[in-house]
Design a protein around this ligand. Structure first.
Ligand code: NDP
Length: 343
């Protein structure tokens, strides 16, 4: 079976590609340049089951046409993972909303035009951000589940970069479900979405930490490199380990009961304070050197500042245990420290 993975060079996607190859799938990935694609192929030791195509910018019209013209007749499964994940912009439409929405539209259009008879399953990497707005996430009376939708509008989500990113995930996911409904007669694939909370955990290849770390991993890296007495922003929300996110991408198309579902990936709620407590407890080389905040205050912070999550439906559908926060943070920080010690 041939699986297409968009944005294959990213933090989550690299784990997905690795799991796919280990399970015996053939993988066609997309990356933004020849250089990035060559780098990826090298990391996978030129595995004969892996090939790469260039999709330079998913915001461009018909961005995926060439790939599907070329490979449409062999691709059975499409995992659309590419989307901008950063917050350093003030042009929210150009840098966040448009690429997310256009990318989703153009990959689905390309399937319809060039692979309608072959593609059976599409999995789109959405986010908890499509389920709840930043405001909802801070509402202690709000319960997020698989039926929730971020209520921000195209206009209201542009208040700041974080809510614009969340809006980009909402509008991209909505584009996909609408497309499915409007094109029932001309496509045969089923759709599932993966809606993870903050994704932490080790990089598949440690050297990804050397050249521009991805946004969610930076949250933990900043704590590891903090200094005693530093103030820190207490991020909070649902969390999930990247290894579980990857596994869920495979089950989403392998398990028939996942078709048509939104899979909300959350092991538990977390906050940065809890991550700091773990770092101070588990790493003698960090204790006394990094920020401490108010040890032990994390759970009270969450009760007072955070919504609740209910993803029993997803847990039942997937049927495997997620990594615990402590193990996830320990594995993330161990890799960061190892890379630091070598540089
Ligand atoms: P990364 O930034 O590591 O991966 C994003 C990927 O998308 C990269 O390969 C990136 O390429 C590619 N991409 C971004 N913009 C464009 C564009 N305009 N044209 C072509 N390719 C583009 O982040 P993650 O692995 O964390 O994110 C993967 C997916 O998971 C995203 O859809 C994200 O929204 C979602 N997600 C992530 C969460 C997290 O906490 N990490 C939580 C919930 C959802 P390049 O690096 O070359 O620019």
């Amino acid at each position: 079976t041939v699986v297409f993975v968009s944005g294959a060079t990213g933090f989550i996607a690299l784990h997905v590609v690795d799991d796919l190859l280990k399970t015996g799938y053939k993988v066609i990935g997309s990356g933004r340049s020849q250089e990035k694609n060559d780098g990826l192929l090298k990391k996978f030791k030129s595995n004969p089951n892996l090939s790469m195509e260039i999709v330079e910018d998913i915001a461009a019209p018909n961005a995926f046409d060439k790939v599907f013209q070329k490979h449409g007749k062999e691709i059975k499964v499409v995992l659309h993972i590419a989307s901008p994940v950063h917050f350093n912009t003030t042009d929210f439409e150009k840098d966040l909303l448009t690429p997310a929405v256009n990318g989703t539209k153009s990959i689905l259009e390309a399937i319809k035009n060039y692979a309608a008879d072959t593609v059976e399953k599409v999995v789109i990497t959405s986010s908890v951000a499509a389920l709840a707005s930043p405001g909802d996430m801070k509402d202690t009376s709000f319960v997020v589940n698989e039926e929730s939708w971020n209520k921000d509008t195209w206009e209201s989500c542009q208040a700041n970069a974080v809510s614009a990113y969340c809006g980009s995930k909402k509008f991209a996911e909505k584009t996909a479900w609408d497309f499915l409904e409007e094109n029932q007669s001309s496509i045969k694939f089923t759709l599932s979405t993966i809606n993870p909370g903050f994704v932490f955990g080790p990089q598949l290849f440690a050297d990804s930490l050397r050249n521009g770390i991805n946004s969610s991993s930076a949250t933990i890296a900043n704590l590891v490199s903090s200094k005693l007495g530093d103030n820190f922003y207490n991020y909070s929300g649902p969390f999930i380990d990247v290894r579980d996110v990857s596994k869920a991408h495979l089950l989403a198309f392998e398990k028939p009961e996942c078709a048509g579902q939104r899979l909300f990936l959350c092991e538990d709620m977390f906050c940065s304070q809890e991550a700091l407590d773990i770092l101070n407890e588990e790493f003698p080389q960090l204790k006394g050197k990094i920020a401490t905040g108010e040890p032990g205050s994390g759970s009270t912070f969450l009760t007072k500042n955070c919504c609740k999550c209910d993803n029993r439906k997803t847990k039942n559908l997937l049927g495997f245990q997620f990594y615990k926060f402590r193990d996830c943070i320990v594995d993330t920080a161990s890799q960061l420290l190892e890379v630091q010690s070598k540089s």
